[in-house]
Write a protein that binds this ligand. Structure first.
Ligand SMILES: Cc1cc2nc3c(=O)[nH]c(=O)nc-3n(C[C@H](O)[C@H](O)[C@H](O)COP(=O)(O)OP(=O)(O)OC[C@H]3O[C@@H](n4cnc5c(N)ncnc54)[C@H](O)[C@@H]3O)c2cc1C
Length: 449
């Protein structure tokens, strides 16, 4: 029998909707992973059709929805052919499936819907959960399935309502004093109980300390696949979840599939996915469940909860403006120049791993693959070369300003504005100018789109 030819489902090509671009500063261009966008003199994008892969990243960052995806006539033909094949596969085209494979496919088809675990501490949600509802909505739409949230805790019903505002249409809740504090055992048992009862196809969790612990325990118990720290999630032509993450020290991106087990599980770090718009008028269905678990069944007891965050500690991950320094700052003392600029901009100081390893900055300020993932409105990279492990942690910032004495430094490839020169001269000059403008009443905070 002849091999069945697989036709890839076309993803379309981006194009500009005339009259809608406001020349916001080439966000679309810097978001494009394939360099498929060039800017014309008016600051509007021109799509290089041969390079565009229809990934929609430019659509997501455009503040005025000035870009859309269209299908070429050839692509429309492929879609029509695929649809016809799906409805009535020709006998000679139908793939041969063994009994074992048919049983497996039937089993996989029992799993439906996209679930997002809503992480909370004392009723306070972790922002990453809402970010996951954004990407979860895209996946659910592609699969034609429901987007659901999973809320576990003690007096946490308000989180179901908040999850509806961020796009969930159903919330599974397990609400009992037993779940007041996070403990691996009751939480993973509660999720496994829900999974066995409702069979979701996809589960997403935040790649936080809690999420990593819980996701691993659930995947082990259910015996399914889990991909940690994904930076991209999409659906392939078979309907499987494509889980993309950096591998081999960030030098390549690996796309991982869970082919034979369900649910397909993935964790995503905070700020990797954009926060979807909140609409408090959205409503949904709450499904309340009781897990047959008693306090006596749980080995771990919480005697005391201590908040280890020190007063005044800087949280780089949630800052709107970050002035980050690397080895190009030359010495620890020079970081005071960055602090001065950050103070003027109401921002915080971050750093590369190079600066952390030199002992100039504490590890919690490190941005990148093994540091924090950040998505500020403004990221100023000072004397940072732009190694891939740094870029994966900051390249989705709204505006990136890079200052480097080497005009060929890779950081310039992701920057919105680049300044070639000595950082020790440029930063004080910038601080002075910001101070002058502030004195004139200029506000540097811009709305995030
Ligand atoms: C598994 C793994 C994980 C990693 N995780 C991270 C991570 O999370 N975050 C991270 O940052 N790195 C990470 N790294 C390290 C990364 O590969 C780079 O080594 C690191 O980012 C380099 O830091 P840097 O840019 O400060 O230093 P360098 O690469 O040394 O760059 C210094 C830059 O400063 C410029 N410069 C020098 N003097 C001046 C001046 N006077 N004015 C202006 N510019 C000047 C130079 O041209 C150069 O581009 C990781 C590496 C591995 C293998």
């Amino acid at each position: 029998m002849e091999d069945r030819k697989k036709t890839k489902r076309p993803r379309g090509i981006a194009r500009l909707i005339p009259g809608k671009c406001i020349a916001c500063g080439a966000r679309c261009q810097s978001s494009c992973p394939k360099d498929a966008i060039e800017m014309n003199e008016q600051g509007e994008p021109t799509i290089i059709v041969a390079k565009c892969i229809g990934c929609r990243k430019c659509l997501k960052v455009c503040p005025t929805d000035a870009l859309e995806i269209y299908l070429t006539p050839e692509e429309q033909k492929i879609i029509a052919e695929l649809a016809a094949r799906k409805k009535a596969p020709a006998a000679e085209e139908a793939p041969e499936v063994t009994e074992e494979e048919a049983a497996l496919l039937a089993k996989l088809r029992e799993y439906r819907g996209v679930w997002v675990f809503v992480e909370q501490t004392a009723g306070e949600p972790a922002g990453v959960s809402w970010e996951l509802l954004g990407v979860g909505a895209d996946l659910a739409r592609e699969r034609g399935e429901e987007l659901c949230s999973v809320v576990i805790g003690d007096r946490v019903e308000h989180l179901c309502l908040e999850s509806f505002a961020y796009g969930a249409s159903k919330a599974y809740i397990i609400d009992a004093p037993l779940f007041h504090y996070y403990r691996t055992e009751p939480y993973y048992k509660a999720i496994c109980y829900l999974v066995r009862k409702y069979r979701p196809e996809i589960i997403l969790m935040g790649a936080t300390g809690l999420g990593r612990d819980l996701a691993g325990a659930v995947a082990t118990e259910i015996q399914t696949g889990l991909t940690a720290d994904c930076t991209g999630l999409s659906i392939d032509e078979r309907g499987y979840l494509l889980q993309t993450r950096p591998a081999f020290g960030g030098n390549i991106m690996a796309t991982i599939l869970t082919e034979r087990t369900r649910p397909q599980m993935a964790t995503v770090r905070p700020h990797v996915m954009p926060l979807p718009a909140k609409d408090t008028s959205r409503k949904g269905e709450i499904v309340s469940e009781i897990v047959p678990l008693e306090e006596a069944d749980i080995a771990v007891k919480v005697l005391e909860a201590i908040d280890e965050r020190k007063a005044g500690e800087v949280d780089v991950a949630s800052a709107d403006i970050i002035v980050s320094g690397g080895r190009g700052m030359r010495a620890k003392e020079n970081f005071s120049l960055l602090q001065e600029l950050a103070d003027e901009l109401d921002g915080v100081v971050g750093s590369s791993r190079g600066a952390v390893e030199a002992g100039w900055m504490p590890a919690e300020r490190q941005v990148g693959q093994t540091g924090k993932t950040v998505r500020p409105k403004l990221y100023i990279a000072c004397g940072i070369s732009g190694a891939i492990q740094h870029l994966v942690g900051m390249q989705d910032s709204d505006v990136i300003v890079a200052i480097n004495s080497d005009k060929n430094a890779p950081i310039f490839e992701v920057s919105t504005y680049g300044i070639v020169g000595d950082v020790l001269k440029i930063v004080p000059a910038l601080t002075k100018r910001v101070r002058e403008l502030r004195a004139k009443g200029v506000d540097f905070m811009v709305e995030r789109h």
